[in-house]
Design a protein around this ligand. Sequence first.
Ligand code: ASP
Length: 328
Amino acid sequence: MEGRRKFIKLSVLSTIASLPLTGYPKTPFASSGNAPVQYKPQVLSTWNHGMPANDKAWEVLGSGGTILDAVEQGVMVTENDLSNLSVGLQGLPDREGIVTLDASIMKGDGSCGAVAFVRQVKHPISLARKVMEKTPHVMIVGEGARQFALSEGMPMEAETLSPNAKEAYDRWKEKANYQPIINIENHDTIGMIGLDKDGSMAGSCTTSGLAYKMHGRVGDSPIIGAGLFVDDTVGAATATGLGEEVIRICGAFLIVELMRQGRTPQEACEEAVKRAVAKSKDLENTQIGFLAMNKEGSFGAHAIRPGFNFAQHHQNGRKLIDSGSWFK
Ligand code: ASP
């Protein structure tokens, strides 16, 4: 699992093919020129790991859960997935060998919660929800977040690297080359956005962040407006990729505001990528993927480089869709 986050290295893009999630129908993405297709209800998630996460979210919706329950429980599947090295406690550690997690959750009415730089918490997305529902705050970080999780009786785990993460970290340590770049191999952050049949929207985003990051580094995923933004009078957006570049352009908020001004989700994602490309400090080593849906259930996605995909669930089916990209 070496170099998990060398997202940008085109040489590793082929590793996406080695995912265990086979058998899902795969579809090239319809370009922005196509007539809008709308689905309501609908759940969208980043990457292949979005498929089982969406399955869960769909099941929750089908059994009477709210859209908020759906996006929380959906990404918990990924947080629980021991084979996943980019989400949850089994993820790759920072350069000190410590796993620190970031997560955010948001409802279409503007309620939101986030945790960042948190250790030992099994389900950071549920902790983010507790921040939203049980505190007057939006974000709690580090030891404070861990203490809050303990006080809420949330499941915690000992600080031991998963076997795969340990192996990768030991290999990384041989050179300990600090390169804050991002890869595609383990499919990165899960961002999920959902719309229910009545038009309520919610989103969730959870990650172990950039592998071998500086201790204390926080990416876009727990930053409301960067990795996630939801406004059910307009739509929702989420991001994956190099968080620094997403934060710099307030990526998810930008997309929702562009949709508010009349852009389709696809046009809004393309514009946000254009903005990120223009502002990038290191375009050669950068990948970002955006995913968006408006309140009518139209959707869009775009990335800087090829390789980004997303999972879509609606009443007519479930599939993986390849996003278009700035670089062809
Ligand atoms: N956006 C995440 C971060 O920068 C990384 C990812 O998408 O995997 O922490």
